[in-house]
Design a protein around this ligand. Structure first.
Ligand SMILES: Cc1cc2nc3c(=O)[nH]c(=O)nc-3n(C[C@H](O)[C@H](O)[C@H](O)COP(=O)(O)O)c2cc1C
Length: 392
């Protein structure tokens, strides 16, 4: 990896308050390198683009930790044997190997270098798994049929059958009592009707997932909230932003849930003509959901408690705890619900007004009234004939 620690905390920003006489460029905080068939590939992972980099230009990138003027950079390309320095400069700019000083990308990168305390390895994972393309159901079916033919999938569970030293612990299936009943009834259901749900139901789901139930004063930490879900170090890095489509008493738009006051604040009205499935892998059932709860990580809360890279994974794990509680409350209330991480992060974050590089939307839970007109598993409309058979 190039660049770790070379631009970072305390770095002075040359040219910040003056317009440079000529454009200046610098390499981003982090670039990752690997070899592809003997060719050097450099990945500007924060930008999400990789490029083949002639090894002779590596010294140029290494020397561009601080801003370099355009004339100097073009001369440097020529010194390193480039027959067309302008073309090479443009290629590096287009692929994120160099940033223009003063551009929005430059500002965001400096903010990231200043605030991302977990180092380049976790940043590489986090940023390179954002904004990836998502297959439609049909594309996935084609892929899976080819894949299964070429390489049979491993079994999705392990059995103890035939092994020694096995102790039976049979569940009392469908045992009476609300907890197990709810756990066993939970299913990912995509048959949203489009009808309104009540503010009370939405509030219950949010409370179950993120509600604060108490506080603790712990040494060397800010006041620590205890919630309905566990959180590593009690840092509770998640906020919920809810895209409301049809909730009684709320305007359509993006609302922020306060987990201490149990209230929803309208952040911004829904943009006209918004088709949310276009940002979420064309999952059409999401357009009929009454509300989509987006779990937004504020990584800095957990970074504040632990600089160790192991803490990074706890944030992703906690999203699962929260989503499961939301799903269980939704099940208890008779709502349909499904969770997804298939979305275009940049576009969803712009919609939610989430802007800092250490904030990220990681997971979403769609909620709504269930309908017999749609298949609960596939979310597809049920034909009149099939419905008649089902009803018979
Ligand atoms: C991390 C994660 C991501 C998921 N992503 C999607 C998704 O993008 N779209 C969807 O319809 N379901 C999604 N699901 C739901 C799964 O398809 C579902 O859990 C699985 O088919 C098992 O069904 P069940 O939830 O009813 O037990 C996701 C589940 C998890 C845990």
């Amino acid at each position: 990896m190039i660049g770790q620690g070379m631009i970072g905390k305390g770095m002075t920003r040359q040219g910040m308050n003056r317009a440079p006489a000529q454009p200046e460029y610098r390499r981003p905080w982090g670039l990752a390198c690997w070899f592809d068939g003997g060719k050097l590939v450099v990945d500007s992972f924060v930008r999400g683009s990789a490029f083949r980099c002639p090894p002779r230009f590596v010294p140029l990138l290494a020397g561009a930790g601080d801003p370099v003027g355009e004339a100097r950079l073009l001369a440097r390309f020529a010194e390193l044997g480039s027959p067309d320095p302008r073309r090479h400069l443009n290629t590096l700019l287009a692929s994120g190997g160099l940033l223009t000083v003063g551009s929005p990308d430059d500002d965001r990168d400096r903010e990231l270098a200043r605030t991302w305390d977990w180092g380049i390895r976790t940043a590489l994972y986090h940023f390179s798994t954002r904004n990836v393309g998502w297959a439609t159901g049909q594309q996935e079916a084609v892929f899976l049929s080819g894949r299964t033919a070429a390489k049979p999938a491993p079994a999705a569970w392990r059995t103890n059958a035939g092994l020694s030293a096995v102790a039976a612990c049979p569940p009392r299936r469908h045992r009476p009592g609300p907890l197990f009943e709810t756990i066993e009834r939970r299913r990912s259901r995509r048959n949203f009707s489009g009808a309104q749900i009540s503010l009370h139901s939405l509030g219950q789901c949010l409370y179950g997932g993120l509600g604060i139930t108490g506080f603790a004063e712990l040494p060397y930490r800010p006041r620590t909230p205890f919630k309905n879900t566990p959180s590593a170090g009690g840092r509770n890095p998640f906020e919920a932003f809810v895209l409301v489509n049809a909730v009684d008493g709320l305007s359509p738009g993006v609302h922020h849930y306060s987990s201490s006051e149990h209230s929803l604040e309208l952040r911004q009205p829904a943009p006209p003509g918004l088709r949310i499935s276009a940002l979420m892998g064309e999952q059409e059932w999401l357009d009929r959901a009454a509300a989509i709860v987006f779990l937004v990580a504020e990584f800095q809360r957990t970074m504040g408690a632990s600089g160790g890279t192991g803490a990074f994974g706890t944030v992703y794990i906690e999203a699962g705890h929260i989503a499961q509680n939301i799903m269980l409350v939704a099940t208890d209330l008779g709502l349909a619900g499904v969770q997804t991480n298939a979305f275009l992060h940049d576009q969803v974050e712009a919609l939610l007004t989430v802007t800092a590089p250490t904030q990220a939307v990681l997971y979403a839970i769609a909620l709504g009234e269930p309908s017999d007109d749609y298949d609960s598993i596939s979310g597809d409309p049920i034909s009149a004939e099939k419905k008649a058979v089902n009803d018979a």
